[in-house]
Write a protein that binds this ligand. Structure first.
Ligand code: UD1
Ligand code: UDP
Length: 353
C-alpha cells in the first residue's frame, strides 16, 4: 500500500514523526513524504527531520511566504503533478494548515482516498484560516481520525453520519510523540533562569491585529518582571514586532527551537502561556497549567477540566489567570488524549482498507 504523507508546517512534522515510526515497522506500507515547503527555516523545518529521525521528504515543493490564495493554489498545482505520477492508495494529511487543505483537495479531485488526522476539531470561529481549512478537509476526507470525543461529537452535529466517511477515534498522535521523545529531551543552548514561564505567540488573529499583539506583549512584559517569560519566537511574530515597533525588554526572546529542546523547556517551566494548538496539549501531557492567549480553543476538554484557561488577548485577564495558576496548580489525573497508541490505530486502520 502506497501512502502519501503531505506535511509543511512545524506541528505537522511532529505529528508525522509519530506515525512514520509505525509505518517503518510494516513492510506492507510504503510511505512517500511530500513537504510543501510552507515552513522552511532550518529551525522551523530541517531540525525536526534531523532530531526526530523523520525520513527525508521524497519531494519538497518549496512553496512558502505567500498569501493564502497564492500559497494554496501553488500547492494544488505542485501536488497534482506528483500525485498523478506516484498514484498513491491514500493521501494522509494532518491538522489544519494550508498544506492540509491543499493535500486533501488535490487528492479528492483525483479520486484518491484522503485520511485526515486531527479531524473533527472546531473553534467555531470562521475568521480563523485554520477553521476554514479543517472544515473543508473533513468534508472531503474518507477516513476521519479524531483525537477526542468532542471531535466526534462535532462531526455528528454537522451530519457526518450521513456522509460516506469512516469516523475513528484514535487519540492524539502528539501524545504518542511526547511519550516517545521525552527521554531524548535536550536543554537549549541558552542561559535560562531557574524558574520561568514558557510562552509562544504566532496565530494570525494575534500577530496581525496590532491591538491584540500589543496587549499580549504588555501582559507578558509585566509578568516577566516577576517570573521570567521565555518565548521562542516564530518568524512571523518577530517580523510583526519589528514592524510595529514593539520591543520587549523583560521577556527573554529566543530563536525557535527543535522539538527535543521544546520538551525540555516545557518540563522545566512553571507554566505555559500560548496561542498554539499543539502546546496547549503538551502542557497537559507534561502536567503544566496553561493560559491560552485566544478567545476560544478546539481543545475544550482542557478548559472544562481546569487545566487550561482562556485569557484571549485581554491584559487584565492574562494577569489574573497568571496569579490564579501561580497559587493553585491543578491535579493532572485523567486520560484525555488516548493511551499513546494513536499512530498504531491509524496504521492498522489504513491496512484494513
Ligand atoms: C502556519 C499555519 C498555522 C500553524 C502554524 C504552525 C496556515 C494558514 N497556518 O502558520 O495553522 O499554527 O503554521 O507554526 O497554514 N516564516 C518564516 N520561516 C519559516 C516559516 C514561516 O520566515 O520557516 C514566515 C514567512 O514570512 C511567512 C510567515 O512566517 O510568510 C507565516 O508563515 P505561514 O506558513 O504562512 O503561516 P504560520 O503563521 O507559520
Ligand atoms: N514547537 C517547537 N519549537 C518552538 C515552538 C514550538 O518545537 O520553538 C513545537 C511545540 O512544542 C508543538 C508544535 O511546535 O509541538 C506546535 O507548533 P505551533 O505552535 O507552531 O503550531 P500549532 O500547534 O498552533 O498549529
Amino acid at each position: 500500500m502506497k501512502i502519501f504523507t503531505i506535511i509543511g508546517a512545524r506541528p505537522q512534522f511532529i505529528k508525522a514523526a509519530a506515525v512514520s515510526r509505525v509505518f517503518k515497522k510494516t513492510s506492507r506500507i510504503k510511505e512517500i513524504i511530500v513537504h510543501t515547503g510552507q515552513h522552511f527555516d532550518k529551525n522551523m523545518s530541517d531540525i525536526f527531520f534531523e532530531e526526530m529521525s523523520i525520513p527525508k521528504p521524497d519531494y519538497n515543493l518549496e512553496i512558502n511566504s505567500l498569501s493564502h490564495g497564492a500559497m494554496t493554489g501553488r500547492m494544488l498545482e505542485g501536488l497534482e503533478k506528483i500525485i498523478l505520477k506516484e498514484k498513491p492508495d491514500f493521501v494522509l494529511v494532518y491538522g489544519d494548515t494550508n498544506s492540509t487543505i491543499a493535500g486533501a483537495l488535490t487528492a479528492k479531485k483525483l479520486h484518491i482516498k484522503v485520511a485526515h488526522v486531527e479531524a473533527g476539531l472546531r473553534s467555531f470561529n470562521m475568521d480563523m484560516p485554520e477553521e476554514i481549512n479543517r472544515i473543508l478537509t473533513d468534508r472531503i476526507s474518507d477516513i476521519l481520525f479524531c483525537p477526542t470525543d468532542t471531535a466526534i461529537k462535532n462531526l455528528r452535529n454537522e451530519g457526518f453520519d450521513n456522509f460516506p466517511a469512516t469516523i475513528i477515534k484514535n487519540g492524539d498522535v502528539m501524545y504518542d510523540a511526547a511519550l516517545f521523545y521525552k527521554t531524548k529531551a535536550r536543554k537549549p543552548n541558552v542561559n535560562l533562569p531557574a524558574k520561568f514561564i514558557l510562552a509562544t505567540v504566532h496565530r494570525q488573529e494575534n500577530t496581525d491585529d496590532i491591538k491584540r499583539l500589543k496587549s499580549i506583549f504588555n501582559a507578558l512584559e509585566t509578568i516577566s518582571k516577576e517570573t521570567k517569560v521565555v518565548l521562542p519566537i516564530h518568524p512571523r511574530t518577530r517580523k510583526k514586532l519589528e514592524s510595529s515597533n514593539i520591543t520587549p525588554s523583560n521577556i527573554m526572546l529566543i530563536d525557535p527551537v527543535g522539538y527535543l529542546e521544546m520538551i525540555w523547556l516545557i518540563t522545566h517551566s512553571e507554566l505555559i502561556m500560548t496561542d498554539s494548538g499543539g502546546l496547549q496539549k503538551e502542557a497537559f501531557f507534561f502536567e503544566k497549567p496553561c493560559i491560552t492567549l485566544r478567545d476560544e480553543t478546539e481543545w475544550v476538554e482542557l478548559v472544562i477540566n481546569g487545566f487550561n484557561t482562556l485569557a484571549g488577548a485581554d491584559y487584565d485577564k492574562i494577569i489574573t489567570s497568571y496569579h490564579k495558576f501561580w497559587k493553585n496548580k491543578p491535579e493532572f489525573n485523567i486520560e484525555l488524549y488516548g493511551k499513546g497508541n494513536a499512530s498504531d490505530i491509524i496504521v492498522q486502520s489504513l491496512l484494513r482498507q
